[in-house]
Ligand binder design. Structure first.
Ligand code: PMP
Length: 340
């Protein structure tokens, strides 16, 4: 038989599947895959249930229900002062995962280069490669995850089509500062490149840090596609409802990619997410505060066991250094040893 797709054939099983199976086998606590242990706001879940019984079960419009596109545009204005056209500048997708792929499909041609910062979320590289583009990786270093500015400047070149930026960042917990974003904006402008901004943790930011979308910086509104996730914002990760905001010319291309990926996203869930995005400020503040309490509890527990933990400014993640425990072996071997 002829070989199937070589990139996919060469890819292994994701580490989430490996560790979840191991945790299940040994009835261990599973800290591998990030998801909340609560169910999300009751009124949002009830709105989805009601929509199922209210004839919201046929194909919705390609780019999303008008009420959700309006809600996404309103949230952009309320939280960041961004003006997004709800009719032509928003595309609702089946999770941020689809949004990332759709944005990359919208912008990349084979041979283009994409600048990414490591450590990074696991879907980025395979999709960049499947589209025939070349990743240019720059690694941030613990404990401060500072921007390696010279390396970043060197990674940009005439073939750079886009920067894939994740802030708040999985898995470092870093929230990029306005000053750091300004540096990246300068590179984008100098090299006439786009940015795909994965901001799924936008509302999971702790005191002392503030989430700033790159899109709000001068000259960036026409170059950025900004991705949000209802899964993260409403602690309903299984729903897989995402949204892309951007200038109409770019959002129109994202819609064409979405048309060929899933075409549409469940309308009942879309209606509920529209209601969720209109929630008062207190909901979003409590979401972050609740997660901060859990971060502090987990960090204190890990420190008591002898791990060294790094500060996390946002997201679901904490970085824990197991070196002080004296384990002889790498990170994967350590995780397998403590699970089994
Ligand atoms: N981007 C990042 C950085 C993530 O951590 C995740 C979820 N783990 C996603 C995107 C995917 O979000 P969704 O579940 O909405 O597809």
């Amino acid at each position: 038989m002829k070989p199937a797709n070589s990139l996919l054939s060469a890819a292994g099983t994701t580490i989430f599947t490996v560790m979840s199976a191991l945790a299940m086998r040994h009835q261990a606590i599973n800290l591998g895959q990030g998801f909340p242990d609560t169910e999300g706001p009751r009124d949002v879940v009830e709105a989805a249930a009601a929509a199922l019984l209210d004839q919201r079960n046929q194909y919705p419009p390609l780019t999303g229900l008008p009420e959700l596109r309006e809600a996404v545009a309103a949230a952009n204005r309320r939280f960041y002062g961004l003006e997004i056209d709800p009719a032509a500048g928003v595309v609702v997708t089946s999770g941020a995962t689809e949004a990332i792929t759709a944005c990359l499909m919208a912008l990349l041609n084979p041979g283009d280069e994409v600048v990414l910062m490591e450590p990074l979320y696991d879907t980025y590289m395979p999709v960049v490669r499947l589209l025939g583009a070349t990743p240019r990786l720059v690694r941030l270093q613990p404990p401060h995850w500072d921007l390696p500015r010279a390396e970043l400047a060197a990674a940009f070149g005439p073939r750079t089509k886009l920067l894939l930026l994740n802030t708040p960042m999985n898995p470092t917990g870093k929230v990029f500062t306005p000053e750091e974003l300004g540096f990246l904006a300068g590179l984008l402008q100098r090299h006439d490149a786009y940015a795909v901004c994965d901001e799924v943790y936008e509302h999971l930011v702790f005191a002392g840090a503030r989430h700033v979308p790159l899109m709000t910086l001068p000259g960036m509104a026409g170059r950025c596609l900004r991705i949000g996730s209802a899964g993260k914002t409403f602690s309903l990760t299984g729903w897989k409802v995402g949204y892309v905001s951007g200038p109409p010319d770019l959002a129109g291309l994202v819609a064409k990619a979405h048309q060929n990926l899933t075409f549409a996203t469940p309308p009942n869930l879309q209606r509920a997410v529209a209601l969720g995005l209109a929630k008062p400020e207190a909901y979003f503040a409590e979401l972050a505060e609740d997660l901060r309490r859990q971060r502090d509890l987990l960090a204190a527990g890990l420190e008591r066991l002898g791990f060294r933990t790094l500060p996390a400014q946002g997201s679901y993640f904490i970085t824990a250094d197991f070196a002080p425990l004296g384990f002889a072996g790498g990170d994967l071997a350590f995780c397998e040893a403590i699970t089994a």
